[in-house]
Design a protein around this ligand. Structure first.
Ligand SMILES: C[S@@+](CC[C@H](N)C(=O)[O-])C[C@H]1O[C@@H](n2cnc3c(N)ncnc32)[C@H](O)[C@@H]1O
Length: 208
């Protein structure tokens, strides 16, 4: 079955923010077509996947989100917008490439969302060890190979009611296999892969 995204079915965004996101999308697409070095590609989330994240985070009133893989801040802006106007929320995002993190800072500044996000520079597996929980939403969008290590460190830092989200399930099935198997072994979680964009795995544990 093929799901065709309905372009009209976007979450309602502030028109200026929607314009900025479209500009970042265009920049990412043009940059990634030009760059042969993967490290210099932005690899932004597909807009449909970003919109689904926005809906999930907003509808379920997530309060404490950790994103792994900031790049130039495209998905970070969607996530920050989803928790905008709720003062008790926090969003932390990790990126190892300082040039991309600086681009993310500039993009978040332009979006008026820089103060809503804590940007951390570093290798994700080392950085997550230093983070204080609790988180109620993790979004894995860095290298798929080290995601199981990060998940293991983060498990004690999760709220009972928590989403684990991971992109690239359909685009990189071999690389993400160990992460999916780790999630399948978790007690109390249900999970499904949504065939949107590059494939988003959504795992959820409901508090009792
Ligand atoms: C797919 S891109 C993230 C795209 C971003 N979420 C967006 O939608 O704009 C993956 C990013 O994760 C970073 N990354 C990859 N492995 C990492 C790791 N082990 N630790 C920290 N950052 C990592 C890369 O430098 C890259 O910028």
């Amino acid at each position: 079955m093929t799901l065709s995204p309905n372009p009209k079915a976007k979450p309602k965004l502030d028109p200026k923010l929607a314009e900025l996101l479209s500009e970042i999308e265009r920049f990412g697409t043009e940059n990634d077509q030009r760059e042969s070095d993967r490290k210099r590609r932005m690899l932004n989330l597909e807009p449909e996947t970003a919109a689904l994240l926005h809906i999930l985070v907003r509808a379920t009133r997530r309060q404490s989100i950790l994103e792994i893989g900031t790049s130039n801040g495209y998905s970070t802006i969607w996530l920050a917008d989803a928790i905008r106007s709720r003062s008790e929320c926090r969003l932390v995002s990790i990126e190892r490439n300082p040039l991309k993190l600086e681009m993310a800072r500039q993009n978040l500044l332009r979006a008026g969302l820089l103060n809503s996000v804590t940007l951390l520079e570093g290798e994700a597996s080392a950085t997550v060890k230093m983070l204080e929980g609790p988180f109620d939403c993790l979004f894995f969008d860095a290298d798929r190979i080290t995601a199981p290590q990060q998940l293991e460190v983060l498990m004690p830092k999760l709220k009972p009611d928590v989403f684990l989200l991971a992109d690239n399930v359909l685009s990189h099935p071999d690389e993400i296999a160990d992460y999916l198997s780790a999630v399948a072994d978790l007690v109390g979680f249900s999970s499904v892969t949504v065939p949107i964009g590059k494939g988003l795995n959504v795992a959820y544990r409901q508090s009792l």
